[in-house]
Design a protein around this ligand. Sequence first.
Ligand code: ATP
Ligand code: MG
Length: 579
Amino acid sequence: MGWEPIRKRHTGAVRPNLADYPRSRAEFSWDSARRQLAGLPGGGLNIAHEAVDRHAAGPLRDKVALRCRDRGGHATELTYDDLRRATNRFANVLRSLGIGKGDRVATLLGRVPELYVTAIGTVKNTSVYAPLFSAFGPEPVRERLRLGDVRVLVTTPQLYRKRVEQLRESLPALEHVLVIGDPPPGTRSFAAEMALASDEFTIPPTSPDDMALLHFTSGTTGKPKGAVHVHGAVLAHHVTAAYALDLHTDDVYWCTADPGWVTGTSYGIIAPLTHGVTMIVDASDFDAHGWYEVLQDEHVTVWYTAPTALRMLMRSGAELAKRYDLSALRFVASVGEPLNPEVVVWGQEALGLPVHDNWWQTETGAIMISNYAAEDIRPGSMGLPMPGVEAGIVMGDGERVVEVTDPEAVGELALRPGWPSMFRGYLHDDARYAKSFLNGWYLTGDLARRDPDGYYWFIGRADDVIKSAGHLVGPFEVESALMEHPAVAESGVIGKPDPVVGEVVKAFVTLRPGHEPTDELRTELIAFGRRRLGAVAPKEIAFDQHLPHTRSGKVMRRLLKARELGLPEGDTSTLEVGR
Ligand code: ATP
Ligand code: MG
């Protein structure tokens, strides 16, 4: 849509890890990349050893691994050795409770140090870590604890009383609840258990194929699924963070993802620690001033965030960004939703840096398609497949699929199985897992196209794509075009059934401050859309300052559609309330 590519000049002081994409891609193999990991002293592979113990045994021993800011801005620091000892203690706590290999341990917590200790201590004990969003109400908590056969939950006394206490009887598998604070009846004190435990622990034999993580999908398209991941995934976490986030050991890294979804673990805990960086953790909710303050005061160098957050920063204006000293920042990346070209370019203007979009999903465990530090960015494109990842565009009839090689053809984005962080199952749903693979491809459920130079462009989720008067309309393209209008902060686009054209395109639009939802503006936006998009432009526009988002920051188009059509809303457990 006329966006100029952003050319990369290598003026930065830091040499990109992926300096020559075509060459690295040609030479890469997961087998040789494995040498970047340490492995357990007696053989085998355990995420906790790669993330923490190996650094604690070397020159990074006293380096700050985690700097956790509470809501008041007060920070608690843990070095790699602190983290080694704390996670040893937690592994011993689990052992004393009779929790062993493969047993599930969940957190229902915000961004507090104990979450990180629980996550790593759990996998250290060869148990399985399952994070839950702290904002979940009782039903979503029950559903996931039950689906995951969770035996231990770590939470706060407040969350326990509000969300869990009333469910206890219906969750016979949930044997132990550890709380951070004074324990209500039926729970134990996390701190007291930790104080009793030894800080020495030897990681039991762990195979790369042992289950390590259980992640629930975001529930954007329906009921969340429990994706199973193994210890071997750490290789993909490590390599992709080097390439897609350009992480170097000296970086100060901030990942704003909620710890309740997969990004919060893969890139909010594991990958950065395997690189030995200092990680900033900030407990507060989104606030433009507060976020710029974190970037400035913590001298963040690499920042991994999401389109919704960037759109909200954009809404607050480039001038605000310029009031802060963001000179330490050298790399910005985004994931979770299509990143509008407008936002990529805004990054250049407001932060002095373009935003690097990348694509992956709970099932892939790690970034699969990405923009890179040394490669030109085509605003609106998700970028190029990671070295070691083979992607394709396929078409089929449900019985079989074939790859389509002609450029620009729209089809389902598919991946060749074999990367180390590929999910190994949907828990208790083997049939669904089996259905995700066809003719040697893993089918992602997303539609995309690939341009002649191999860049991938997101069209939409297979479920969201609109068929209107013979055209296939990807909501993202329409949303991005609308965002080019100065009044539009964000939008969500759906297809509304229509007897004549199949579906008409309808856009729900959030306005920027200073703009009123008038009929004139509506008419103007429809005309604006028509000029940009022609036949696929929205015919209807509704103003909505509170588009429904998932907790992981995605616009829930299926909910917009259900509400529009007066249909049941379906599973809304991951709906973010109050924004
Ligand atoms: P569910 O599977 O329960 O419907 P979900 O697919 O939103 O939820 P996640 O695994 O958290 O759950 O999200 C992955 C999806 O997010 C991708 O399949 C894709 O649709 C979308 N996504 C992630 N990153 C990008 C991106 N950079 N551009 C476009 N879409 C993206
Ligand atoms: Mg999905």
